[in-house]
Design a protein around this ligand. Structure first.
Ligand code: HEM
Length: 190
């Protein structure tokens, strides 16, 4: 698996996304006007504050990661029911239908890591395929065909539905949408 070209591509996307997503918060105390606090999109989603993980008894999780994981898992279910694009996920859907959730768990983790990293989390990184590799059927046998621009828009619409199911504000949804928009040229390969 070739990951060499992942960093520059994702880094460029992340820089673009974070530039859109970053919010400058004016300091309430009058101290150093040259170093304002910059909040990332990840911070806006709850950041690194530890909360109990509702999925694992006794475990804690960063609030930002929990929010993103919830959006990711909801989105996978929305996509699974979306006949416009669920045909791309035939491998995953066949596994889940057969009671095998290994691929689902791996996708949930990879997508959650991806969004944590891309939104500015400090404690998580992404170790999956590059966006070009992941969406090229020749390099990822789990991708059933090349996606076109309409598929991409359908995917983003499903992501918005997944975000709304988890109570994200329209403003945060807009920022996540802007971030994924920067990846369109890598995902759309038809
Ligand atoms: C900006 C939008 C998108 C992002 C951020 C994204 C992200 C990802 C990530 C992180 C993975 C996992 C890669 C790995 O396992 O190493 C993945 C896999 C995949 N993506 Fe996307 N994706 C996007 C759009 C799309 C679209 C538009 C389609 C098709 C309509 C699609 C179909 C798939 C499929 C079929 C897989 C493999 C799923 C599996 O493991 O069973 N993605 N994507």
């Amino acid at each position: 698996m070739k990951k060499m070209n992942f960093k520059p591509v994702l880094t460029a996307a992340i820089i673009a996304g974070l530039a859109i997503a970053s919010v400058t918060i004016p300091s309430c105390k009058k101290k150093d006007s040259t170093s304002p606090t910059t909040m990332t999109l990840y911070d806006s989603l709850g950041g690194s504050t530890m909360v109990t993980d509702p999925a694992i008894s006794g475990a804690m999780i960063e609030k930002g990661r929990l929010g993103l994981r919830s959006v990711v898992d909801s989105t996978i279910f929305v996509i699974a029911a979306d006949t416009a694009i669920n045909g791309y996920f035939t491998v995953l859907l066949a596994e889940v239908t057969g009671g095998n959730t290994t691929g689902f768990n791996a996708l949930s983790k990879n997508l959650t890591d991806f969004f944590c990293y891309a939104t500015g989390a400090k404690n998580f990184t992404y170790g999956g395929k590059s966006m070009t590799e992941a969406h090229d059927p020749a390099q990822n046998s789990r991708m059933n065909g090349k996606a076109d621009a309409g598929d991409f828009d359908a995917f983003v619409a499903d992501l918005v539905k997944g975000a709304k199911k988890n109570g994200l504000s329209d403003q945060l949804i807009g920022q996540v949408g802007a971030l994924v928009g920067t990846l369109k040229t890598q995902v759309v390969q038809k």
